[in-house]
Write a protein that binds this ligand. Structure first.
Ligand code: FES
Ligand SMILES: [Fe+2]
Length: 406
């Protein structure tokens, strides 16, 4: 065996907290277990309140646990969530991704439901069920739903889970002073990437990869203060990366930024990762929200929302859209650089011939911006919830270890 073949077969010479087995990113078995033990137990952002501003507005949501949900604003202004499943014979009720429905009628046998999930009509009900079934017996299955932390609509399919407040804890305390006013989504797009959802969250958990971003090297890394940013971990796997001032004028072609954000220093930046796949990213004039919806171990939908203030004038809004799209959104280069990074990881990790490897999370720089402690913090929570250590999830010391033992 060549020297480097031997290197690849050995576990990294780091403590086990400082690397993970790459099969946590590719295994079908692990993915199913993540749906059950993670996604079906935690609070997940489904959308933002501004996407359903009026009574009866709805959005459908593919929950990362696999369930199809309806998020609908009631006639009492309350936002509720339900399974998008008819209690009669289990048909899908709403097919459109968004709309306005005073009455939700199942196309199959025409049972109807109102915005509070009550069944309001059973076609030929008396004739078929006589007194054996009443409208009260067959409402939509409600899912826990809360609006908060910037007006996002959160859902939890576990009836026994802790409250949203308990789940978040202090993780968003750095951002909360900047999210006191009503916000509004002005841009939405999504990317479907052949990679694992955790790899996307990893890019939001470390900034060592700023070497990949031309723009960040110029506006951030070369500027004083960049290496002072501290990574702070919170319970439940959440984390924040300290604020810094970005020198946008260092980027050739940038223009003066006219709109800021309430309470945020000009050029300020606050980034907060919420376990298991959501990121608040407030930069100067725009809040970007990333949410990951895995479709399998090797495929993920990443949703991106750009938010401004609800009270924006048209001029302010135009400026925010410009700022968002020029750099951080679909017409900037950063996003595509990130997507290329995780796409490449996805290709390499799916290749079974290289599956015997470990992924290093071993940088230690006093928990500053290039430290990989963010990922270590995440995988500690992941391992706890999964009941499997991320460095050895199958108890076989990696595929190489398994082969050696055989
Ligand atoms: S399945 Fe919906 S009305 Fe029959
Ligand atoms: Fe990035």
């Amino acid at each position: 065996m060549s020297r480097n073949a031997m290197q690849w077969a050995q576990r990294p010479k780091f403590p086990p907290t400082h690397y993970v087995d790459s099969r946590v990113y590719t295994s079908e078995e692990i993915f199913r277990e993540e749906q059950e033990k993670i996604f079906n137990k935690v609070w997940i952002i489904a959308c933002h309140e501004s996407e359903i501003p009026n009574a009866y507005d709805y959005r459908t949501f593919r929950h990362p646990g696999g369930q199809n949900l309806i998020i609908i604003r009631g006639d009492d202004n309350q936002v509720r969530a339900f399974y998008n499943i008819c209690p009669h014979r289990g048909n899908v009720i709403l097919y459109d991704p968004s709309g306005n429905a005073k009455r939700m009628t199942c196309i199959f046998h025409a049972w109807s439901f109102d915005c509070r999930g009550n069944c309001i009509d059973i076609s030929r009900g008396k004739e078929g069920y006589q007194d054996r079934l009443s409208l009260q017996d067959v409402g939509l299955r409600e899912v826990r739903c809360e609006v908060g932390y910037g007006g996002f609509v959160w859902v939890n399919v576990d009836d026994n889970a802790c409250t949203l407040k308990e789940y978040i804890g202090d993780a968003l305390s750095m951002l909360e002073p900047h999210m006191q006013e009503p916000l509004e989504v002005f841009h939405y797009h999504k990317a479907i990437v052949n990679t694992n959802y955790k790899l996307w969250h990893d890019t939001n958990s470390e900034f060592y990869h700023d070497f990949m971003h031309y723009f960040n090297r110029i506006t951030g890394m070369l500027q004083p203060g960049y290496f002072d940013r501290k990574y702070v971990g919170y319970p439940n796997g959440h984390a924040s990366v300290g604020s810094m001032e970005i020198k946008y004028d260092k980027y050739e072609g940038s223009k003066d930024r006219k709109v800021g954000w309430p309470g945020l220093a000009p050029g300020g930046w606050i980034l907060i990762d919420i376990f298991p796949g959501m990121t608040y990213n407030l930069r100067t004039s725009v809040l970007r929200m990333d949410t990951a919806i895995p479709l399998g171990p090797n495929k993920v939908i990443i949703e991106f929302r750009g938010l401004g203030l609800k009270r924006d004038t048209p001029e302010m809004r135009a400026e925010r859209i410009f700022d968002h799209n020029m750099i951080w959104g679909p017409f900037g280069r950063n996003l595509h650089e990130d997507l290329l990074g995780v796409h490449g990881q996805g290709i390499a990790m799916r290749d079974e011939r290289t599956d015997s490897r470990w992924v290093l999370h071993g940088r230690e720089e006093n928990m500053t911006i290039h430290d990989e402690g963010g990922m270590r913090h995440y995988y500690a929570e992941w391992s706890r919830r999964m009941g499997r250590p991320a460095y050895d999830p199958f108890g076989d010391r990696g595929i190489a270890g398994k082969a050696a033992a055989a």
